[in-house]
Design a protein around this ligand. Structure first.
Ligand SMILES: [Zn+2]
Length: 469
């Protein structure tokens, strides 16, 4: 026996013992796969991203209305839902300067509307990570939609505002642009003195230095990306409080000051809507009144943004969305009736309560207009058809539902559904099941005829109760 040999053998054993854990830790090292470059909505397959869930956005921008130049620094906190070797954010236009993931420089590429990020180390499933994106450029809106420009737009006074559904956010900050990944949203916007900034949520501390002022807005409740907004203008602002202390801030662009009298009725409107839909689900309220004749007003969260043509009924509609669409958001865009049918029926309810409208008569007059009223679906209507019928046939369908199941069940549903899904997402078939559960009725025929069909419903569904003229 040679000691040397035995010693050498022992050394090999020792090495193997030592190398076992090393081999294990190499196995435990996260490699991961790329997150999906879609949120999976069949109508908008290029929107949103998979592999993570965002929980918080901190968006810092510096914007000069003179040059239209925006300098941005956005930090996104997210939790990985798979081992991630790569993930993406939606960002349209703008130049990306640097991206870090958990403080480490990351590789990036731009592919269409995607900012694709490869972190230095893969992100482990279940871990929370932060991504910081520094970028700049002149933001431009989407121009392809039927409603005109959407996203970042220049206002008639030379300021800027953001509005657009289903997309707008990715024109000014990197975002997981899907309503199914709602997150808190914090904005710090620095503008030259003389301009001011309005956004979602509660106003934070302002700071002025060297001719520029930074305005802060915080929306701690989950918010869908298309419901975030910013407005930079020579605003006239009004402030107040609801009876429960909820802060009110409204902003009027030069030329929109005449809308103040309408907005003065906001506490009354929110009181009325709360009496129908349950407690106001947002932490702040108000409105952003543009002097621009854009083609739509939008229910941006806590603070709807209004076109120049806005009337009182529009303010009722956009605030009804704070329950229907904002607090409870669509699961997919084919569920859009959960937003628009209800916000439109809120206008009917307002006119019934405040203006003495006879809704049965109103219903009969609409039905008289003929088959074109019924010519599009309210659910699963197909991409690009989301808004065809929801504003007209939508409230008719809900009024027919009310006359079918009676006021007690109908208003119980309206009042309890938003609380059931608060700060979340819901799909239309869930609403159908809930209406059947609360009313104790089989409503399959009714829902098929009104919501899934594109023809005038059969008489038994069209003329429930005493509706028949
Ligand atoms: Zn609406």
């Amino acid at each position: 026996m040679r000691v040397g040999k035995v010693a050498a053998l022992l050394a090999v054993v020792a090495l193997c013992v030592a190398c076992t854990p090393a081999t294990k830790s190499a196995e435990e090292e996260v490699h991961g796969t790329a997150g999906a470059r879609t949120a999976g909505d069949p109508y908008y397959p290029t929107s949103g991203n998979g592999g993570y869930n965002a929980s918080n956005y901190v968006v810092a921008i510096t914007y000069d209305p003179k040059t239209h130049h925006l300098d941005g620094d956005t930090t996104i906190t997210a939790k990985a839902s798979q081992d991630l070797s790569e993930f993406s954010l939606d960002l349209d236009g703008l130049d990306v300067r640097t991206v870090t993931v958990d403080g480490q420089a990351a590789d990036t590429t731009r592919e269409g509307g995607k900012l694709v990020i490869t972190p230095a180390d893969a992100v482990a499933n279940g871990s929370t990570f932060t991504t910081e994106v520094q970028y700049d450029g002149v933001p431009t809106p989407f121009k392809q939609t039927k409603l005109g420009a959407e996203g970042w737009q220049i206002s008639s006074s030379g300021g800027a505002f953001v509005a657009g559904e289903p997309h707008s956010a990715s024109t000014w900050y990197p975002v997981n642009d899907t309503p199914t990944d709602k997150a808190a949203f914090h904005l710090a916007a620095k503008v030259p003195d003389g301009w001011s900034v309005i956004s979602n949520g509660v106003q934070g501390r302002n700071e002025s230095k060297d001719g520029w002022t930074t305005y802060r807005w915080d929306e701690p409740d989950p918010i869908a990306s298309y419901l975030t907004t910013v407005g930079i203008d020579h605003w006239t602002m009004t402030t107040g409080k609801l009876a429960d202390g909820t802060p009110l801030v409204s902003a009027f662009a030069p030329g929109a000051e005449d809308k103040k009298a309408l907005e003065d009725r906001l506490p009354e409107i929110l009181d009325f809507l709360s009496s129908k839909f349950g407690k106001y689900p947002q932490d702040a309220a108000g409105g952003v009144f543009l002097a621009d004749k854009i083609n739509f007003s939008l229910e941006t969260q806590t603070r709807p943004i209004y076109a120049q043509w806005t009337d009182l009924s529009t303010i009722v509609h956009e605030n009804a969305h704070q329950w229907w669409g904002d607090s409870v958001s669509v699961r997919q865009w084919k569920d859009i009736c959960l937003n628009e049918c209800f916000a439109s029926y809120a206008q009917w309810l307002w006119s019934e309560a405040k203006e003495g409208a006879n809704l049965d008569d109103q219903y009969r007059q609409w039905v008289k207009k003929g088959p074109q009223v019924f010519g599009a679906k309210l659910y699963d209507m197909g991409e690009g058809n989301e808004f065809k019928a929801v504003y007209t046939k939508g409230p008719l369908a809900l009024h027919a539902l009310r006359r079918t199941i009676g006021d007690t069940a109908f208003f119980q549903i309206l009042k309890t559904w938003p609380a059931l899904h608060r700060d979340g997402n819901a799909a239309w078939p869930q609403f159908e099941a809930y209406a059947e559960q609360i009313s104790g009725r089989d409503l399959k025929g009714f829902f098929d005829a009104w919501f899934r069909g594109a023809t005038q419903p059969a008489d038994q569904y069209l003329w429930p109760g005493n509706l028949k003229p």
